[in-house]
Design a protein around this ligand. Structure first.
Ligand code: FAD
Length: 338
């Protein structure tokens, strides 16, 4: 293999794989990069996600500092696109949100983004009566949303235009890539459970409904994992459930009924919205998210998977670290060949 023109594979075409591929092209111009995946665009978990920039407070990298760095770098990456005319094409939009609770104020706070987003404040008493009933505590914040239904086609198009290659296929072992690639980025999400025999990676099953509600302009979070998040095209995401270690990809009618009932109680006008789809996604949950290099069967691999419920928002920050690790490997490859 030519050390001046290394061959790189990215396995996975969800938000992590495609963001790694796109950012790699910025970092290493004129490099041969191929994204290989079993599923693309709407066939990924990424496309089920609402894509709001609001990490759960338990989101975890290897250290607190790294976690915060991933979040901050991701925020500024998305902000840079948001400032351009490309933003709507990439599915990125600003969104304001209320988070209410009947239980306690603490769970409406978010130490990971309070110093980052333009506004994060406690609500006034009157705001507790805006929608739903019986709210005792709440916070208001401004953030962004990245809709992967637009982002994935947008980033794939740009990746191909810049010379990137796309291959459809399933990878069952890293060894099968040994003779073809100098470096492999493993962005397989929950697929890494089998590919890497990683028992720390667990599915947290999610289910959502899609409702045509163009009048809805704000996001709302309530207790019991209830959320309503508007979309760029007037279709809101209604959720949800978080079912630990559940691998069922089928829509469950009981979950669907419970989600709709909770959301209708919260925002009664949603009863008038047409429900256009129900979707299921298995979140790739791992504590901590795995961003690290490893040599597997003689193949130089950088893992970037296990983002749980926060992979859309955090893709750029984790991708940047993974790419730094990959570039270090390529440099040491080149030095050892001198
Ligand atoms: C209901 C729900 C709501 C969510 N809401 C949000 C949110 O608001 N904000 C947020 O940031 N995140 C959210 N998430 C989480 C987010 O969707 C995930 O963290 C993110 O999509 C993970 O991206 P990924 O690229 O790792 O995985 P995926 O999107 O699953 O992509 C994995 C890719 O790897 C490929 N692959 C896997 N194994 C193999 C193999 N062996 N060979 C070849 N290809 C393989 C797949 O085909 C696919 O292309 C939500 C998730 C769900 C389910």
């Amino acid at each position: 293999m030519d050390s001046n023109n290394p061959k790189i594979a990215v396995i996975g075409a969800g938000v992590i794989g495609m963001t790694v591929g796109a950012m790699l092209q910025q970092e290493l111009r004129n490099t041969n990069i191929t994204v290989i995946a079993e599923g693309f665009k709407e066939d990924t978990v990424s496309c089920v996600a609402a894509g709001i920039f609001r990490p759960g407070t338990s989101f975890k990298g290897p250290t607190k500092e790294v976690t915060k760095k991933w979040i901050n770098e991701s925020w500024y990456y998305w902000q840079d696109i948001l400032k351009t005319p490309e933003a709507p094409l990439a599915g990125i939009m600003p969104v304001s949100s209320y988070i209410f609770s009947k239980e306690n104020y603490f769970i409406t706070r978010n130490h990971l983004i309070e110093d980052l987003v333009p506004i994060y404040r406690p609500v006034e008493k009157d705001e507790l009566k805006l929608c739903g009933e019986g709210w005792k505590y709440g916070s208001y914040f401004s953030t962004i949303k990245i809709g992967c239904d637009r982002y994935l086609p947008w980033v794939e198009k740009s990746f191909i235009e810049k010379g990137g290659k796309i291959e459809n296929g399933r990878i069952d072992s890293f060894a099968s890539l040994r003779s073809k690639y100098d470096l492999v980025f493993n962005c397989t999400g929950l697929g890494a459970k089998v590919l890497c025999n990683d028992h720390d990676l667990v599915s947290v099953r999610g289910q959502i409904a899609k409702a045509k509600a163009p009048w809805l302009k704000m996001a709302f979070y309530g207790d019991y994992d209830t959320y309503i998040i508007p979309g760029i095209d007037g279709v809101a995401t209604l959720g949800g459930v978080r079912q630990y270690d559940s691998y069922n990809k089928e829509v469950c009618k009981y979950d669907a009924a419970a989600i709709l009932e909770r959301c209708y109680d919260f925002i009664p006008s949603l009863r008038k919205a047409e429900i256009v789809a129900h979707r299921v996604g298995l979140r790739p949950h791992r504590m901590p998210v795995r961003v690290e290099p490893e040599v597997v069967d003689g193949v130089k691999v950088v893992h970037c998977y296990g983002h749980g419920g926060y992979g859309v928002m955090c893709a750029p920050g984790t991708a940047r670290d993974a790419i730094k690790m990959g570039v270090d490997i390529l440099r040491s490859n080149a030095r050892s060949k001198i």
